[in-house]
Design a protein around this ligand. Structure first.
Ligand SMILES: O=C(O)c1ccccc1N[C@@H]1O[C@H](COP(=O)(O)O)[C@@H](O)[C@H]1O
Length: 212
């Protein structure tokens, strides 16, 4: 199976179009005000309208309340809700409410951080292994932090999964080769500054993934 890629944290039409033209299977929109990539509902709707049906639209949330989740799913026609810092019970609730696919982000630093993964069976459609950001960090993701991919070696994934955290054009081929990731997810690795996506970096990243 070819490896697929999600380009996350898109906030302009030009960079969104670059991700689509480059072959991204998923595009991500962050709905979390502390993030430099945060989109309000109007901008979310405008960008989402540009996305063709064969590309999945992912909304990225940090333990959202029901009103924000539902308003965002409606505005963006979201196919997937990616949920950070959210319990299995809340993930199941969000999936039922939104009728979108639900991805549960698991913050990983050590092998023990995978212990909670089986708890998402029946609640989530996919697990996203993302690097744990430093204690007290403003964001639980999108900071270019990488984890030791060896912690995934031999792990029996209880659900479909994806890899994220500190990926970029220089390391994504190795990440895929070492982990067998079926889907990779990148945000800051295709930026020139926090929140500023770079079209050339997006194209190069997607080319490297498709060659893997
Ligand atoms: O990108 C953000 O601002 C963000 C905010 C809140 C939660 C998650 C966020 N991003 C996600 O983080 C990972 C990895 O990002 P990076 O490549 O290390 O910068 C990715 O899944 C984004 O969806």
């Amino acid at each position: 199976m070819p490896v697929t890629a999600k380009i996350c944290g898109l906030s302009t039409a030009a960079t969104l179009d670059a991700a689509i033209a480059g072959g991204a299977s998923h595009v991500g929109f962050v709905i979390f005000p502390p993030s430099p990539r945060h989109l309000g509902l109007d901008r979310l709707a405008g960008l989402a309208a540009r996305v063709p049906d064969h590309v999945r639209k992912v909304g990225v949330f940090v333990d959202p309340d029901d009103d924000l989740l539902m308003a965002s799913v409606a505005a963006g026609g979201l196919d997937v809700v990616q949920l950070h810092k959210t319990t299995p019970g809340r993930v199941a609730h969000c999936r039922g409410l939104s009728r979108a696919q639900a991805w549960a982000a698991i913050a990983v630093k050590t092998r023990a951080d995978l212990d909670g993964a089986p708890g998402f069976v029946g609640a989530a459609d996919r697990l996203l292994y993302d690097a744990k950001t430093p204690e007290g960090a403003a964001l639980p993701g999108g900071m270019g932090v990488r984890f030791d991919w060896e912690v995934l070696r031999g792990f029996r994934h209880p659900l479909p999964w994806a890899l994220s955290g500190g990926l970029d054009v220089a390391n994504v081929a190795e990440a895929i080769a070492r982990t067998g990731a079926p889907l990779v997810d990148v945000s800051s690795g295709v930026e020139s500054a926090p929140g500023v996506k770079d079209m050339d970096k997006i194209a190069a990243f997607l080319q490297r993934v498709s060659a893997s």
